[in-house]
Design a protein around this ligand. Sequence first.
Ligand SMILES: Nc1ncnc2c1ncn2[C@@H]1O[C@H](COP(=O)(O)OP(=O)(O)OP(=O)(O)O)[C@@H](O)[C@H]1O
Ligand SMILES: [Mg+2]
Length: 248
Amino acid sequence: MQKGLFITATDTDVGKTFICGAIAAAIKGRGIRVGVVKPVASGGVIGANGKLVSEDATFLMSAAGIGEEQRQQVNPVCLRPALTPAVAAAECGVTIDTAQLISTCQAMIAKSELTLVEGVGGILAPIWRDYLVADMMLELKLPALLVTRPDLGTINHTVLTTEYARQRGINLAGIIINRWDEDKVTVLERSNLAYIERLTGLPVLGKFPAVSMVQPGQASMKRLGELAEQHLAVDDIISLMTGVEEIA
Ligand SMILES: Nc1ncnc2c1ncn2[C@@H]1O[C@H](COP(=O)(O)OP(=O)(O)OP(=O)(O)O)[C@@H](O)[C@H]1O
Ligand SMILES: [Mg+2]
């Protein structure tokens, strides 16, 4: 049994890392050993130790309570250019071994109780040559959550992503709407939500608010986990990961 979940989004910058971190922090808060993987990252930065690091991996490791010594297992490929990985790798003369990426994810899944894998960009982002995020999702055989925006354009992006996933046989199991502020939503966000539910037929497993900057660190990650418990259907998400219960 693959006890994990793949987090994708309708685009880059929608909130995969943020939501993945929030779910990881909530799971950790329940006393469960949670693993995180960001198999490939681009737009890496020079870290305190002078090495190229992925800020996404830093955030996820902090949320999951995973130490720096495991960075390579969390994020085996980190590329400097802020380009889609296939292009970033080509620019740097790096070869991405996709079989190795899958093994990295499987190793984390094997040693953790529950594992979250963050994709890169959206479902069609090229990881290496014509190997796309969707291909990785299929190989990993994990259920997936789709993180979406609440604002104008989201119906189109969300339904297109869902339809493509169905066409490829990917088990997209639910949607999380990120940056949803209950006090501020108007007819725009409410109608987007209604259309997304109706046109995708998928459950919306949470609407996460926009919160003030969360930096990696124990206290803020604990708070992020509490927010996840408040705004996301964490029980249902864990059930998806363990395959215990089908969500209607
Ligand atoms: N609910 C939120 N409240 C406040 N800030 C948020 C929220 N969601 C995301 N952000 C911020 O927005 C930015 C983009 O989010 P995030 O990095 O999670 O996107 P992503 O989908 O993982 O992007 P990428 O494709 O680069 O991996 C980050 O700076 C993140 O901290
Ligand atoms: Mg990210």
